[in-house]
Design a protein around this ligand. Sequence first.
Ligand SMILES: [Zn+2]
Length: 535
Amino acid sequence: MTRLLFLCLGLLLLLVSCTLAGNNPVASTQTPVPEVGEQPTATLPLAPDATEPPAETILGEDTVLTACPLEAQQSAFRDDLTFDLETLEMDLCYELDFTLSTDGTRFDARALVTMQNGSEDDWPDLLFRLYPHAAVLFGGTIEVKQVLVNGEAVTSERVLEDETGLLVPLAAPLAAGEGAVVDILFSGELATEAERQERVYGIFARSENAATLASWFPMLAVWNEADNRWFDVPVLGEGDAVFAESALIRARLTGPERFDLATSGLIVGTEGGEGTITHEVVTGPARDLTMVWMEGYEQREDTIDGTLIRNWYRPDHEDSAARVFQSAREALALFNERFGPYPFEEVEIVEVPLHGAGGVEYPQLFLMAQELYGPRGDQQFLTFATAHEMAHQWWYSMIGNNINAAPWQDEALTNWSALLWLEEAGSEEAAERVAQGFERSVEQFEGGEGEEEISAPLESFRGRSGAYATIVYFKGALFFAALREEIGEEAFFAALRDYYADHRFAIAQPDDLLGRFEESSGRSLDEFYKEWGVE
Ligand SMILES: [Zn+2]
């Protein structure tokens, strides 16, 4: 995400003399949506059929891929890139069936989760996360109505202090390599007055023109082999919340027909019902499926390097939307070239009311804060934040990291990436001025509070938004800029490309990133890392 506190950056950017973003709208070209039937489609009734035979207790190795067939999943990728999904060894398939209420404030849904234990440990039970139930950041509610494990009803338990955990018991531990199918019937209610709730972003909220649904389904927690336990940290009131493995997702998403849908993944089929519209979606490997149902939005599209960027905006925000669109196109092309190709067919950008965040990243989609749009919005911060959120497609979406233990691993690298965009799409001078602004903020902060580690866990910034923005975003970006100086262009960018190529679709540790720079430069950077408070 982009901290809104970052708005102080806007003041810095106002000093930048060059034009950071153009203002040339590009005509929208509607892509024809294939008829249902052209692609394999999911048929997942909302209530489990009691006459279905229970699934096998131990699944064959190909079961995840049987539930989420590769052929359909491949369509989420750019046409010019093919990935051998079989070699990615995906251990998780979500089949999701979702129906939004007519007023867009609540939903009923079913998740059929086919998994294989890809760890080396036995799993004693299964922990799912119901992130939107957190009173902070999300502010919604999730109710679980029924849970079946391999066809048998079980008594699940809501756990963690914020009730965002769903503990599902197993008749016997799930051994390494074994599989299970968990069938969860659930419903949710969106925050309807997110702007009045303290520390709630508006990412799971019904606003005037949109129903925004981030991370809305039960997501299997990440198994931590080092600690032999599930990742079970409650949602903190800072930064980001979701830490998840890449999964294959196929979804059947139904809403009132008056709404348009922006979603992670690719819509491969659409059909109308009685006052409703249903979209079939596949995501390819993705950590989340976030969507926005919206009314009365405009959109424009353009294809960059085989990826369609679709930008959704309010009709009175034409000018700001054009800036967002240009920044997004520049950033996508630049990061493709410098980091390695973004592999998916689409990335969507949607403006919605956000509170305390300038933007928030999701797989193949990101949200931008509506208040930055229009004549009163900070247009230069808006374009910087757009580049920041686009960079998260590499650092967060494609390469996952533990957002609690090491929030800097994606945020600092992402904010430096936005500086890189400014340097290339604006000018070196513009990027230098912003970097100097970061330096002044860090000096001022550390002059009063003392030095802090960039690589500190999110917990240590709890209730200290200012410290989080200054140390992780500003000092963190400066760290990467200094590292680039220290080891030179060639070694620096080679390290980033290798890091991306090796860890995309997976979860990387801080050492996976830091070690790359040592390898590419052929020297120890221990001292350098220590000086900067990174380990
Ligand atoms: Zn961010």
